[in-house]
Design a protein around this ligand. Structure first.
Ligand SMILES: *Cc1c(COP(=O)(O)O)cnc(C)c1O
Length: 400
């Protein structure tokens, strides 16, 4: 007997299948019920503890690396690094294969920072050999920057090889690991990454409000005076955190910081990055396997990361995303529109407080949607929902 476990109910209490903000635990949210002052030693100790914890997660030696916390969303963190560490007589090579790589070029244009843009299509990764050629041909390039998990497509870039080439050319390596840090293990120091950026509301599973930057301390110190912005001055932010032992330079997002501290504790209790990666990767494998039985394909054929997946629609079937979105959200899950210009797609994230049960439930809802709109046979070649669900479960189980 096949039954559908998802109950179609109207609710505001839905889960987010988006790459951040994402679904957090009740215990993380409960930390925000406290109004904390920022000048006491106990609050500063929380900030210092977060900074030390992040260094540990990045596998960095505290003698050579340091953590800076920066108010604002993730982009503020990326903008802080780019506008603070690249001098007026320096130049950055941006390797881009999606919207977040393009955003780095946007930031440079706004700030008047010299840059070269090396573009790959959304489904291809920047190639270290190509980076090497570009650096050989243009000795004025001093920095290399790229995205790790390109959330536009869900692709995971090879930052290790590019960082190696950057270092061989004495270039500073900058990485936007916004949607991967904490969900994918990154040996930051061993790979020679000098600045890596992520934010509170992605794989650490906190709420939005600040970003964090793990910095090669010597390179950070050398950037003093280069910043083009007061609020986003990375060196100055660090200097205050250091001199005042965890005091933020301007108003600290206290509720977000307390929630983040709890999120770090919960991450440790889960088993750290390794366990979290395992859970995300399982979610991702199950999701792709189950969606494929409904005729949804993956946009990527190589380099699919474990964070978010871009899905293509079943061949020859016309599906209204807004209608599908509303149907699924009413039943408990927010899905995500596509961000590609060349193809009709949508995305499903599988990070946050999301477990195999959620993957099962949401893929059942897709099945129910197709059945209710009379599209099931066109998508799967089968009219019988019970048969489709059985096939989907079998595929999901073998992908676990
Ligand atoms: C989420 C994200 C960002 C930051 O986006 P914000 O909306 O500013 O938080 C930057 N880069 C990548 C790859 C991301 O996934």
């Amino acid at each position: 007997m096949t039954t559908i476990t998802a109950q179609p109910t109207m609710t505001d209490d839905y889960k987010l299948l988006t790459p951040g903000p994402l679904t957090t635990t009740r215990t993380v949210k409960e930390q925000m019920l406290v109004d904390h002052c920022t000048w006491d030693d106990d609050y500063k100790a929380i900030t210092q503890d977060i900074r030390a914890n992040l260094l540990e997660l990045a596998h960095c030696d505290p003698d050579t690396y340091t953590t800076v916390l920066m108010q604002g969303s993730g982009t503020f963190g990326v903008e802080s690094v780019l506008t603070s560490v690249i001098g007026t007589d320096e130049k950055v090579l941006i390797c881009a294969n999606g919207a977040y790589g393009e955003r780095q070029a946007d930031i440079c244009r706004h700030a008047g920072i010299a840059y070269t843009l090396y573009r790959e299509p959304n489904d291809r990764i920047p190639d270290a050999g190509r980076v090497e050629t570009i650096l050989d041909e243009d000795p004025s390039i001093t920095h290399v920057s790229m995205v790790h998990s390109e959330t536009t497509s869900g692709l995971l870039n090879d930052i290790e090889s590019v960082a190696r080439v950057a270092h061989q050319h004495d270039c500073t390596m900058i990485v936007d690991a916004m949607s991967s840090f904490g969900g994918v293990d990154i040996p930051v120091q061993a790979w020679g990454i000098d600045f890596i950026v992520s934010s509170a509301n992605k794989c650490i599973q906190g709420v939005p409000g600040f970003s964090f930057i793990i910095c090669n301390t010597a390179k950070l110190e050398a950037s003093r005076g280069k910043a083009r912005s007061l609020s986003l001055d990375l060196w100055d932010q660090w200097d205050t955190l250091e001199r005042q032992h965890g005091k933020w330079r301007f108003t600290s997002p206290t509720h977000v910081v307390l929630a983040f501290s709890q999120a770090l504790r919960e991450m440790r209790a889960e088993g750290g990055i390794e366990a979290r990666h395992e859970r995300y990767a399982r979610n991702n494998r199950m999701l792709i396997a189950r969606m494929k039985t409904l005729g949804f394909g993956t946009y990527l054929h190589d380099h699919q990361g474990p964070i978010i997946t871009t899905f293509t629609y079943p061949q020859g079937v016309s599906i209204d995303f807004a209608d599908m979105y509303a149907f699924i959200k009413e039943r408990g899950y927010a899905i995500y529109p596509g961000k590609l210009t060349e193809e009709e797609t949508f995305r499903l994230g599988n990070i946050g407080e999301i477990y195999p049960e959620d993957i099962e439930r949401v893929t059942e809802l897709f099945t129910l949607y197709l059945a209710e709109r009379g599209l099931l046979a066109a998508c799967t070649g089968n009219e019988d929902i019970a048969t489709v669900l059985d096939a989907m479960r079998a595929a999901g189980e073998s992908a676990r």
